[in-house]
Design a protein. Structure first.
Length: 108
């Protein structure tokens, strides 16, 4: 992902594989919330969708569910390490290419 394409408030996906030799995908959704320039480099911050949209999440929670505000989870990704960050179109391509990965026939 190119940093200039990151947009505050948009959903991005962290994609990778659970195992080195088996293409079982791990896909997480994160909301882009900004950039930090620190002495050890530039970092991009992503927040979990539930806490980012906490008011909506609390509104939609059923009456039987606990209605406490969710804990905010944030991850930081180094500016030069964004290759695991995908847009929606990148995510679609990632999923479509799973069949071509080594050992895909044994996995799926």
């Amino acid at each position: 992902m190119k940093t200039e394409k990151l947009i505050h408030g948009r959903t991005y996906f962290m994609c990778g594989f659970l195992f080195r030799n088996r293409p079982i995908p791990e896909i997480e959704s994160w909301i882009y919330v900004g950039v930090d320039h620190e002495s050890d480099g530039t970092w991009h911050r992503f927040q979990d969708p539930i806490s980012f949209h906490a008011s909506e999440w609390l509104t939609e929670a059923s009456e039987k569910e606990e209605r406490n505000a969710p804990e905010v989870r944030v991850i930081r990704v180094r500016h030069d390490n964004l290759e695991m960050v995908y847009s929606l179109s990148d995510l679609e391509e990632f999923v479509l290419t799973l069949r071509k990965e080594p050992n895909a026939n044994d996995t799926f």
